[in-house]
Design a protein around this ligand. Structure first.
Ligand SMILES: [Fe+2]
Length: 327
């Protein structure tokens, strides 16, 4: 009862702060002149970003996340999906998830499937099983949310031209993750199935592979595993690289769009997306960055977007636009 009261108190504070900022005009509305538009020959279009890290005391985070989501509201027709690759909350608290759900539910009519997964921030502060239950309840409270099954974070989403294989740690960790053998076997099976169906696989996970996407310097260069998926790196890499048309999409690094946002490793296409909550580092360091990804019959296009401004990132920035042929 006491926890519920404290959670209610924090949520009311967060809600009041958001309303205050909306009323005094300190939350800028994104430009609506260049909304995300599904191209006529597109088979599937989705937005992906990471790390909103909505917080019960850092109120700027919820404001930035709110602005990001308003960009989706301006779309003339609904997106096929939105995917947030972890660190949805700062501390994994009920009030933080409640605020995320409230903001997403205001734009859910413009998104057919909302795919959410945990990052280390979601898992770091309390019992793993309690948090797993809380996270599932949170996704169930989001309109068009795709909740994981009971007892695990990982699951597959089937679409006509592609499949999302959503991963998630099997243990709580302050900064890292743990991918169980069961999860890795599941991933291998699902990638085989995806290939058999001749579809593109988007494997979504919070942390990138070791020495990929700018690591270790992208994580201030400290330690060999920090910033990456950690101990299961070798096993995961082997699976990802043994199938065709695999895109491994991650967050966690808070890295603005740059030279290392995208790279191919052994045939696997690794995309690291920026944060829409905390600060992005690098030359292109604006808040609210992410990618809009479109699957065509012969290629996948990834276009970096400043959701908070309602515009695309200038193509002068490396990896602001990436086109990858489908085999
Ligand atoms: Fe993280």
């Amino acid at each position: 009862m006491k926890i519920r009261k404290v959670s209610e108190f924090y949520f009311k504070n967060m809600d009041a702060e958001l309303n205050k900022r909306l009323t005094d005009g300190s939350i800028p509305a994104p430009n609506t002149d260049e909304p995300i538009v599904k191209q006529p020959d597109a088979l599937f279009t989705f937005a992906v970003f990471g790390d909103p890290q909505v917080s019960h005391y850092m109120f700027a985070r919820e404001a930035t996340f709110y602005t990001t989501c308003r960009d989706l509201k301006a779309m003339p027709e609904p997106l096929d999906a939105l995917c947030i690759v972890g660190d949805i909350s700062e501390n994994g608290m009920g009030c933080e998830y409640r605020m995320v759900a409230k903001i997403l539910n205001e734009v859910a009519d413009k998104i057919k499937h909302i795919v959410l997964m945990p990052g280390n921030h979601d898992l770091r502060l309390r019992s793993f099983l309690v948090q797993q239950w809380q996270f599932r309840s949170f996704v169930q409270s989001v309109q068009n949310g795709v909740p994981p099954e009971k007892g695990k974070y990982w699951f597959a989403c089937d679409f006509e031209s592609c499949r999302f294989l959503v991963m998630g740690s099997d243990r709580g960790s302050f900064e890292g993750s743990h991918l169980s053998r069961r999860q890795l076997k599941w991933l291998e099976r699902e990638l085989t199935e995806t290939e058999k169906q001749n579809k593109v696989a988007f494997v979504m996970n919070h942390q990138p592979l070791k020495k990929s996407n700018g690591l270790p310097p992208a994580w201030q260069g400290i330690g060999r595993w920090r910033g990456s998926v950690g101990n299961q790196d070798k096993a995961l890499r082997k699976i990802l690289c043994s199938h065709k048309n695999v895109f491994y999409v991650t967050g966690h690094l808070h890295q603005g769009v740059c030279q290392t946002s995208f790279e191919e490793i052994g045939g696997c296409k690794c995309l690291n997306v920026p944060t829409v909550g905390a600060n992005n580092h690098g030359a292109c360091n604006e808040l609210s960055q992410g990618y809009v990804i479109t699957v065509f019959r012969d290629r996948v296009e990834m276009r970096a977007r400043l959701f908070g401004k309602g515009t695309y990132v200038s193509e002068d920035i490396p990896n602001a636009f990436i086109s990858v042929p489908i085999e």
